[in-house]
Write a protein that binds this ligand. Structure first.
Ligand SMILES: C[S@@+](CC[C@H](N)C(=O)[O-])C[C@H]1O[C@@H](n2cnc3c(N)ncnc32)[C@H](O)[C@@H]1O
Length: 466
């Protein structure tokens, strides 16, 4: 008979057998028969752990040492793996990552009471490293000091990513295996120049400091590269930074500078100036050319986005459809691909800049059977009166606003293709559609974000015959 040991106290060290990883990326395991959640750890691992918190049912802890590795535990590639958190799964074998993600989708659907026979296997990424075409880095005046760093290291400047759960601490990133080839060299130059010119980094507490964000974008099919520097002010020192950055990187096809003096920590600027090129990059997906501006949304994994869009096109099956709606259309990538087979595609998008890109993209590709509506869908959906034969939606991580779901149900398109990067909010929205007469007929996940707990999934719903 299994015996349950005494519940360990806060501060105690225990041995934990990790069973799985949940949708938030937490490792779940048990110690002496008591469930425990950890920020790190992989299935099958045996860990030495310090208990940090006791709640009614669950214990929380931090791993101190790996006593035994699980069967799919592999070596991490990145020196920052322990502190960055950007690639939570980089030490889990890739096939095991895909299985885990598939399980997360099934769990979310079951919790939201959305019936489905089976979630399809996740379509893996043939090249799961150096796949990101966009990186948004932060400058920070409070550097996150990593465990193995020597005493007395310089702490008042960092360029990288926010440390997990810390809005004010930035990890100084010297390597990254997700960024496009050549991207990390741009980061290194920016850091060196900032130090040479004694430009200060933004401080999240005092709202002082000059350098705020560096956004890098790259066209995998075109080779074009954009750098977008956001500072809190103008100045001769900023101009010198930009001039030297451009000179050191002739491969940059466009360089943009924006000023954001507000307190919100976003890589956005009300006014931008151009130092080189057109101010955007172009990328090609399935033969269609896209213009991508510094602040427009574009899928971050170009090669895998092509696979995602193949799945969307197959599921939408828009041949012969007179009207297709593409909600949350960004710069029009799905709209323009659908327009090849549908009579007319209408895209809806919040960002004016993305809509301007979408219109320019339609023009550039001589596609005339598309139109775009700019504005918050919670408002613009109210003006939609015609029912499309197919409705595609690809909302942000928060999912769809109630009013959008309600209006969708009233419009009752025969087919809905819901593209999601957050299975939790997707399952919530799908639950409402299923309660209102839709049936979920397929769930086809595509791994757009290897080594992270995120997964993209294409859900196809049809109105049940009744
Ligand atoms: C996941 S992206 C999808 C973009 C596009 N389908 C693609 O694949 O490139 C979500 C888009 O929704 C837009 N968005 C966010 N909130 C919105 C809202 N309330 N109304 C309309 N669009 C919104 C964002 O600007 C973003 O472009």
């Amino acid at each position: 008979m299994d015996t349950v040991a005494r519940r360990p106290k806060k501060g105690e060290e225990v041995e934990v057998a990790v069973e799985t990883i949940d949708r938030r990326g937490r490792a779940l395991g048990e110690t002496g028969g008591h469930p425990i959640a950890l920020p790190r750890g992989l299935p099958g691992d045996n860990l030495r752990v310090r208990v940090t918190r006791r709640r009614r049912k669950e214990l929380y802890g931090v791993p101190l040492e790996v006593l035994e590795r699980g069967p799919d535990h592999v070596d991490a590639r990145c020196a920052h793996a322990g502190s960055c958190g950007g690639c939570r799964f980089q030490d889990l074998a890739y096939e095991a990552q895909l299985e885990l993600l598939r399980g997360h989708i099934s769990e979310s659907l079951a919790e939201a009471l959305v019936p489905i026979a089976e979630v399809d296997p996740v379509i893996g990424c043939p090249e799961p490293w150096s796949y990101r075409n966009k990186m948004e880095l932060s400058f920070g005046a409070i550097r996150w000091v990593e465990e193995d760093e020597p005493e007395g290291v310089d702490r008042d400047f960092a360029l990288g990513f926010h440390a997990p759960g810390r809005f004010d601490r930035v990890l100084d990133v010297h390597e990254c295996h997700l960024i496009f080839d050549g991207g990390i060299e741009l980061v290194r130059t920016a850091r060196t120049l900032a130090k040479e010119l004694e430009l200060t980094a933004w401080n999240q507490h005092t709202h002082e400091g000059c350098l705020r964000h560096l956004v890098l974008r790259h066209g995998f099919h075109t080779g074009e590269t954009l750098a977008y520097l956001v500072t809190s002010r103008d100045g001769a020192d900023v101009d010198e930074f930009l001039a030297r950055f451009a000179e050191l990187h002739p491969e940059l096809t466009t360089l943009v500078h924006g000023v954001n003096s507000g307190v919100a920590d976003v890589a956005r600027a009300s006014e931008r100036r151009l130092l080189r090129g057109d101010g955007w990059i172009t990328e090609r997906l399935h033969g269609v050319e896209f213009r991508i501006s510094p602040e427009s949304f574009f899928q971050t994994n170009t090669l895998q986005a092509e696979r995602l869009f193949e799945v969307v096109l197959e599921e939408a099956c828009a041949e012969g459809a007179e009207l297709v709606h593409d909600l949350y259309c960004g710069a029009g990538s799905i709209s323009l691909l659908l327009a090849r087979s549908a009579g007319h595609v209408r895209g809806f998008e919040l960002s004016g800049e993305a809509v301007a890109d979408a219109e320019a993209n339609a023009h550039r590709n001589q596609i005339s059977n598309v139109s775009f509506v700019a504005g918050d869908l919670a408002e613009t959906i109210g003006e939609v009166s015609e029912t499309p034969e197919v409705l595609v939606c690809d909302p942000p991580r928060a999912g769809m606003h109630d009013r959008v779901v309600e209006r969708m149900i009233e419009l009752a398109p025969p087919k809905v293709v819901y593209v999601s990067c957050n299975v939790h909010t997707a399952a919530r929205d799908l639950g409402r559609l299923v309660q209102s007469g839709y049936e979920l007929v397929r769930a086809r996940p595509v791994d757009l974000f290897p080594h992270t707990p995120h997964v993209e999934c294409v859900f196809t719903l049809e109105r049940s015959e009744s």
